[in-house]
Design a binder for this molecule. Structure first.
Ligand code: NAP
Length: 354
């Protein structure tokens, strides 16, 4: 397939929006033709609308696009969403009502009964909810979501452990500053400090994880019975959320069995050989001081979860660390992978040319 699918980005000027632009500018299937942001940015050349905050410069084919207001109509059928959650809910619904397929990062619709909360390696069958969504809401478009940036890391490392009788999970996160958007946390709060509170984050991790790992039962998802307890902190790291995780596994597998379950784990993206899919979604690092954000976060373009330090836990059974890139696997890369999955599984409203 040759760049035949036109796409747009809502919230194109933000931290995640810029990451979308990087992912889409070099994408073999998608052609980025439309950018939306707030009234503050609309009407300006993209390169003038907001400072570019990623390495390299703004891709030249995007620099001259004029930022549009976030209103349906002129946008292409597939639109990625990276808008501030304060406005994303209503705007995404308006786009879906107008026939657009919204591939969203925002939290607003993740837990709606008829909205897929996708991690394609884990629950590609949850795309089956789209038909119910269209019937129930009477729209020809669709809203598909990816999880919170910490949840996607946790879900990916837990999914291969379901076979061992996954029961209880304790997770403490060390989350990067880029996860708070721009300008995010004030430097005087962040530098040389750990902030033990991220508003709303713990609840998202505890509930979204159960929906992602859950089973599609006719037209709804039965949440997985695992109990998750989360504590979240913000640390002075630029990119990469690290998670300290302990789990109870009823079958009491050996340490080697757990490690093998991770390294053998693949799913629909690898089966379809999707362009953004890492060959191996979970990589186990044997170094005793890994994973580290500075060394490991960009592996496979930021789409791989790095795991290390698996060992017995005297309280829950097993403990380890996991790391993932929050604006790539936790946001823009995750959404692009979701859109690729929809193309590969032919669930878009309009057939794709090419
Ligand atoms: P951000 O840097 O603050 O960017 C927010 C974007 O929303 C900007 O493009 C902004 O446009 C736009 N916006 C604000 N008000 C708007 C309005 N009234 N109408 C239309 N657009 C409006 O935030 P971010 O970190 O990129 O996060 C974007 C979304 O992704 C959020 O919902 C967030 O929770 C979610 N998310 C973020 C991460 C992460 O790691 N950062 C991970 C997963 C999910 P202007 O520039 O014109 O104001």
């Amino acid at each position: 397939m040759d760049r035949t699918i036109d796409v747009g980005v809502l919230g194109a000027t933000g931290m995640v929006g810029q990451q979308f632009i990087v992912q889409l500018a070099r994408h073999p299937w998608f052609r980025l033709v439309w950018l939306g942001a707030s009234e503050r940015s609309a009407g300006q050349r993209y390169a003038d609308a907001a400072p570019w905050r990623l390495p390299d410069s703004v891709p030249p084919e995007v620099a001259d696009l004029v930022v549009q207001p976030c209103e349906p109509g002129s946008a292409p059928e597939i639109v990625f969403s990276a808008m501030d959650a304060a406005v994303a809910g209503d705007i995404e619904q308006a786009f879906a009502r107008a026939g657009h397929t919204i591939v969203s990062n925002s939290r607003n619709h993740r837990l709606d009964d008829d909205v897929p909360l996708l991690v394609p390696e884990i629950n590609s069958d949850h795309l089956g909810l789209i038909e119910r969504q269209r019937t129930r809401r009477g729209w020809s478009g669709a809203i598909i979501t990816n999880p919170n940036c910490s949840t996607v890391i946790l879900s990916l490392v837990l999914a291969p452990l379901r076979q061992f009788g996954l029961r209880n999970v304790m997770v403490t996160t060390l989350q990067a500053l880029s996860g708070a958007g721009y300008p995010g946390v004030a430097s005087l709060d962040a530098v040389g400090n750990v902030v033990p509170f991220i508003d709303g984050e713990e609840g998202k991790i505890e509930t979204e994880t159960r929906k992602i790992l859950g089973r599609l039962d006719s037209d709804r998802v039965e949440p997985h019975p695992v109990q998750v307890s989360a504590q979240t902190t913000r640390v002075a790291v630029v990119n990469g959320h690290t998670e300290s995780i302990a789990v109870t596994l009823e079958a009491k597998p050996s340490i080697d069995d757990v490690r093998d379950a991770w390294t053998r784990f693949t799913g629909a993206p690898q089966r379809h050989a999707l362009p953004t899919a890492p060959a191996q979604p979970i990589v186990y690092l044997t170094g005793q001081n890994r994973p580290q954000p500075r060394l490991d976060v960009d592996r496979d373009g930021g789409m791989t979860i790095s795991v290390g330090r698996l060992r017995p836990c005297p309280v829950l059974g097993y403990k380890f660390f996991a790391l993932g890139h929050n604006t790539v696997r936790g946001a823009a890369g995750a959404a692009v992978l979701n859109a690729e999955l929809m193309v590969a599984e032919r669930v878009l409203a309009t057939p794709v040319r090419g």
